[in-house]
Design a binder for this molecule. Structure first.
Ligand code: GDP
Length: 615
């Protein structure tokens, strides 16, 4: 049986022991393989090995299409043969589907960067990564500057510090890495993209001001990320500093200070006068030690993009934070849709380095295009793998990953234990009324989890928080800011707006019980067929189409069908009639179009333009 399921030919590169192979695997039989978990369109979770048939099912194509794709990669496989994850991911990518390793205890450990999946003998303690959060003007930037001045790791006098999105300091022989883009928006934006970069949050509260709305928001972002919070009570040099009031407010918000018998490490500081900085660093190291942060430096690197910019002379520049493994100059890397070979790396002191280990921030040169903040960068075996893995990982517009309906389905299927919501109301009084009423909403097996509740309009930060927590945003007699609406569409987060508290409660309770009816319906606006594929620029392609019915609109969402099966869904980002950019093209006309995040058009592909309407 093993024989039947074995890889049987093709160009099989030798497998390196200890590293995930890039070929078909030999041992597991299809029957033994774990079934893939099909997520929302566009991504799929796959086990470490699976049969060709399972893979075809997972990416929603015919098995023969998978077999053809494998042949193109030089592998001959039959329907019951088993492929490994890396191979499956490449095949999935060819069909516009992003594959993620199915979450196991091991992969979860890698995700967290604790490296539990590695042989413990290879693990070393890594520096903690810290983010400074807090209300505007409470002193985040001043604190980061003060810390940086204490001792930039290994920096001799005169070393030029460079802004690369993070820096390392050394205290008592231990390193600490600070992300120096303070603020919870960046923090949660990364998390929303699946990149938990931070180990400890430092919540800055000005001693004179006390808790402010953004202090609470930042605190809830940190709590949602399940990272320990250390409170730095800043501006203690001020005459109007009131430490006791801050501690009282902390306790009211569930952060009971240590000297009040709680477990929240609290350090009074003056960032401006450099008071208490040493104590803060000392305490941060203690908290880090408790967390026992480990990583394996002897493996291919995985890093998170913390900043990215296009430099006139250097080209795309990515500032990354290595999470596990060691990144080397010369490594082939892939991050989101960008890939390349690392030409040079520059550390936080502006020095060129050849290697960067766990928790080290470096500037990386050599990527073909600009990645996005929060993208994960991984080092891979070779250029071919990098190229094959470079797929657009963006969530497609119009696709709701986190909607009440989706939650209800999951609740019914027993897949979720809680329904995370971010609640925004017009005024504080409503926040209290709704929060109080929500406490009475329950279902036997699923709980509501209020991640954040505040007065105000729905902002981008709310969307990111919901997305990072796999939840939805609920608005009560409030409105959505335009930027937030766009972001919600991009992130696939549903915003539910209510004016009647009773309806709000009823719908959430129904969702918990798995009872929500669809509230949206698709209507088809037009249909076109791809007649020819052109190349535009270096890498991009344009589909020459004939519109057969209705109309296609620039910015509108289309579904691309191949062989009658949906392959991709996304927005039209360029629409031309001859050379002219057009707003819409109607039936009977021809056009050239490009879809955002897709490049693999083939003649005969059918494009269906549709819109989603609420019912
Ligand atoms: P951020 O918006 O949180 O980054 O706050 P900043 O670091 O920009 O600080 C806001 C203002 O507070 C600036 O005018 C700082 O000089 C001042 N500030 C920061 N830390 C202290 C401090 O420890 N004591 C006093 N008195 N002022 C401070």
């Amino acid at each position: 049986m093993v024989q039947r399921n074995r890889f049987r030919g093709g160009r099989r590169p030798p497998r390196t022991p200890g590293r995930a192979g890039t070929t078909l695997v030999e041992q597991p039989a299809a029957e033994d393989a774990v079934a893939p978990v099909i997520g929302s369109a566009g991504t799929v979770e796959l086990p470490t090995s699976l049969s060709v048939r399972q893979l075809a099912d997972a990416v929603k194509v015919q098995p023969v299409q998978v077999i053809k794709q494998l042949m193109r990669a030089g592998m001959m496989a039959a329907i019951n043969d088993v492929v490994d994850f890396e191979t499956a991911a490449k095949v999935a990518a060819a069909f516009g589907v992003q594959a993620k390793p199915q979450e196991t205890a091991q992969s979860a450990a890698i995700e967290r960067g604790t490296g539990e999946a590695d042989d413990p003998a290879h693990l070393i303690t890594r520096p903690p990564v810290l983010t400074v959060l807090g209300h505007v003007d409470h002193g985040k930037t001043t604190l980061l500057d003060a810390i940086r001045k204490t001792n930039v790791a290994g920096g001799e006098a005169g070393g030029i510090t460079q802004h690369i999105g993070a820096y390392q300091v050394e205290y008592n022989g231990h390193k600490l890495t600070f992300l120096d883009t303070p603020g919870h928006a960046a923090f949660t934006a990364m998390r929303a993209r699946g990149a938990q970069a931070t180990d400890i949050a430092v919540l800055v509260v000005a001693a004179n001001d006390g808790f402010m709305p953004q202090t609470i928001e930042a605190m809830n972002h940190a709590k949602a990320a399940k990272v320990p919070i250390v409170v730095a009570i800043n501006k203690v040099d001020r005459e109007d500093a009131d430490l006791e009031r801050v501690k009282r407010q902390m306790a009211e918000h569930g952060l009971v200070p240590e000297d009040w018998g709680g477990d929240t490490v609290t350090v009074p500081v003056s960032a401006r006068q450099g008071i208490g900085i040493d104590t803060l660093l000392e305490n941060l190291l203690v908290v880090a030690e408790v967390q026992d942060l480990k990583a394996n430096p002897d493996r291919r690197a995985r890093a998170v993009v913390i900043e990215a910019q296009l430099d006139k002379s250097k080209g795309p520049v990515a500032h990354v934070l290595v999470q596990t493994g060691t990144l080397n100059v010369g490594d082939n890397v892939v991050t989101g849709s960008a890939w390349g070979r690392i030409k040079a790396m520059i550390n936080d002191q502006g020095r060129r380095v050849r290697q960067a280990g766990p928790s080290t921030p470096v500037e990386v040169l050599g990527l073909g295009r600009l990645p996005e903040v929060g993208d994960i960068l991984v080092a891979v075996a070779d250029e071919k793998t990098a190229k094959a893995m470079a797929v657009d990982t963006k969530v497609q517009i119009g696709q709701q990953l986190f909607s009440l309906e989706e939650m209800a389905n999951k609740a019914r299927a027993g897949e979720i234990k809680e329904l995370p919501i971010v609640l925004k109301c017009d005024v504080q009084g409503s926040v209290e009324a709704v929060t109080g009423a929500l406490a009475g909403v329950s279902a036997p097996s699923v709980q509501l989890r209020l991640i954040h509740a505040a007065a105000g309009t729905i902002t981008e930060s709310d969307i990111l928080l919901a997305s990072a927590s796999k939840g939805i945003v609920v608005g009560f007699t409030t409105r959505v800011e335009p930027g937030a609406q766009r972001l919600a569409e991009q992130q696939g987060v549903e915003i539910r707006l209510y004016n009647i508290i009773y309806t709000l409660l009823e719908e959430l309770e129904k969702a918990l019980k798995g009872l929500v009816e669809p509230t949206t319906r698709e209507t088809v606006d037009g249909r076109a067929v791809v007649k020819q594929v052109f190349t535009s620029g270096k890498r991009n392609k344009v589909a020459g189409c004939a519109v057969q019915e209705g109309r296609l609109r620039r910015g509108g969402t289309v579904r691309l069908l191949r062989g009658g099966k949906p392959l991709f869904q996304g927005a039209i980002n360029s629409l031309r009639h001859f050379k002219e950019e057009a707003r819409e093209i109607t039936a009977g006309m021809e056009c050239g179009l490009a879809l955002e995040g897709f490049n693999e058009y083939e003649e005969g592909d059918v494009l269906v333009a549709f819109s989603v309407v609420r019912v």
